[in-house]
Unconditional design. Sequence first.
Length: 366
Amino acid sequence: MSRPTRVLVMTIVHHPGDARIAHREIPALLEDGMSVTFAAPFSGYGVEPPAGVTGVDVRRARGRRRLAAVREARATLRRLAPEHDVVLLHDPELLLAAAGTTGSTPVVWDVHEDFPGAVESRDWIPGPVRPVVRAAAKAAQDWAEKRFTILLAEDGYVPLFHEPHPVVPNSTRVPEQVPPPASRRVVYLGSVTQSRGVRMLVDTARLLKGTATVDVYGPAHDGTDALLEQAQAEGALTWHGFTPNDVAMQAIEGAAVGVSFVRDEPNYRFSRLTKLMEYLAHGVPIVTTPLPTAKALVEDSHGGVLVPFEDPAAAAAAITALLDDDERRHAMAAAGHAYVQQHHNWNRDALDFAAHVRRAAHGGGQ
């Protein structure tokens, strides 16, 4: 009997419970019969490795304090890569770590973001040096394209590369049956940052106080915790902090509205926002700012409403209108769930992802 394909999955930036990594990709690999070693900053985030994997704790990279984490990752890759059939990287920072450390073991880079474009949204990078950092990011991306197998999480990332690469979309697992959106509860799911519209979220929650309850499930970054704590102290919202994806999915079921107020920035302009698909997958209508992919999702699914950027009053009015119109809200929930089940379903995409990784492990490249 042949041994299973051995996959080393690594991140030094993402939370070990990241939805794409821990709740989609790793289960897909395990379900396909592969064995998984998961190197991640477990102690840095205060969590344990998930079941079914061999966990390896590595230093967490954060803010400007990244060099030590990259050095430690280089040592970890040099030690562990030869024991595996393929290495799956999730951070641009790991491109530096992988240079000259993985030997003959193939490397797959799972691209979650517009790496050069993301420089603009990194508050810890001083403005005057951002053009230089952006150019370095583009050079690193071009270097990696020549050496690694590239998987893309978004169709919008295709133009960032010189050659075509497979897209394994950031879709979501879609349950067959979901409860109706019968409450007067508004939910926000995912990391909370300035770029993802924390100020609009907080101001909208304040306007909804007394009309709806607002629950925020996700970790705060970029100093946004103070804004959330102040709004919570005022009774405008409840901030639950980081919530494992499977727990969060259960928590949002039955909510009346799921919101996303991402700002119009280059890194998000053509990114498919997973939280919107997760809301629809669980029967929750969406209210979102009109980024191109969000606008297309609302128009194609008939599952939500668009509101202007940086306009809490318009968002609160749209949410209140949905709360007061049961028939419209239920129709949106049903239409959105059916659309995502057909078009953005990880239950199907997982098979493609596992096939790409297995092909890379055994010399098939892309």
